[in-house]
Design a protein around this ligand. Sequence first.
Ligand code: F6P
Length: 547
Amino acid sequence: MTSPLSPEARPAWSALATHYDMIAPLHLRDLFAQDPQRGERLCLEAAGVFLDYSKNRVTDQTLGLLFQLAAQSGLRQRIDAMFSGERINLTEGRPVLHTALRAPRGASVLVDGENVVPQVHEVLDRMSAFCDQVRGGAWKGHTGKPIKNVVNVGIGGSDLGPAMAYQALQHFARRDMRFRFVSNVDGTDFAEATRDLDPEQTLFVIASKTFTTLETMTNAHTARAWSLAGLGGDPQSVQRHFVALSTNAEAVAAFGIDTKQMFGFWDWVGGRYSMDSAIGLSTMLAVGPGAFKDMLAGFHEMDEHFRTAPFDRNLPVIKALLSIWYNDFFGAQTVAVLPYSQYLKRFPAYLQQLAMESNGKHIRLDGSRVDVDTSPIYWGEPGTNGQHSFYQLIHQGTRLIPSDFIAFAHSNNPLGRHHDLLVANVFAQAESLAFGKTTAQVEAEGTPAALVPHRVFDGNRPSNVLMLDRLTPKALGRLVALYEHDVFTQGVIWGIDSFDQWGVELGKVLASRIVPELVDESTPDLSHDSSTNALIRRYRELKRAGH
Ligand code: F6P
């Protein structure tokens, strides 16, 4: 029996499947030719973000059906349920309230009858006071010197958000302080991040929601040993050089960090949705409390837009439905995210966790197996670098790669003609993907016959162009919230829990079983499959041989 959560159970889904047969052969060239206003009509500006979605393979009828699909999937109710603190993360029995992290002081969001907004602001106030002390030099290291280096130790959402935000907001960051991010359990990450740092002026920010994650705990212990070694071994020094960002006070205390130096958050904040919680401490240390609050205001603006705008005027909803259209009807497997800003270098990596850890699922909320494709694979690089690398495939390869171009009207580093050249490339790429170059056009240029097919661009390759004014803290908040809600909307259509991540568990369990088998002095009894057993034996032999 079909689950009521199956998108295929919705009348609009079947209508879209039929409609697809009509749309697939249409070319964007024709769609634009038939409607000279298309480029001005199919765009939307809200919460400081302009979206041109005219270069998508849709007609008004397609969009109408997609909006019906959203309505039939109960999106309105699910948005209300999320914002009002219902336990929509069913498999973990938790509310999903990253939106409360950016609710203004005075707002009310209830969890089990308690307003959580005052707690959020209490932590923000403590973070601000701490950041002012560190940035102002009042917070001294164990030997009395001010802090100049901040090392965030975390992984997944406790690393990718802060690392992305630091990179994105570098223009607004303190240039006389150094910020480093250690995530990988590969000792190289820690060694390279700290090799030129002075322990007397280094603050470690241990970021872990659970405070049990193997990689982070391993790096945190190494950091403590490094710090103690550099500070004469006095255990008291830990209190001047370590702070914790976590929901687990007990584990923080057990590690040896005074909980007065812990900035907390709550189980209703998912790791990949936590960059605006206490997990953002390194961002706040870099850009200051004022700019951090501007970022939260940007998030909140987009939250309000998503919560209140009708679907046909709703940026995250439109973006999500277009993704569904390509993913589930055209069979597109990936989405390219192409920020035309060097500052957004880490944005695709950040988005990979946000989207793929959220929606990379094959089981629906009711335990039934999905019968359509869920999350596409997100990937990308900043333009224009990507143009000289993988864009060839987007233009002339055999796969359909819907692309998001992200551009800014103003540069934070206006240097000669650089910004005009950068933005010209955004428009040119989107134009050439959509309209291509026909055989007749190539021939008219006098191209030798043998080369003509090589120089033809089919076009009809869809893209969105997102344009914001300038990459500021507020703009970053708006942009991240847009993608958060885009991902949520897609999850609602597929009927899945976008807020759990059971798929990362098995590997963790197996790794902890294998560790003793690699380090045991005596030859362990191996009971894995023959491949894993042989790999373990080989590693042990090479290790023993000391190469
Ligand atoms: O990869 C699994 C995961 O649980 C992510 O969801 C999370 O962001 C990351 O590990 C880190 O978790 P923690 O903040 O608890 O160390």
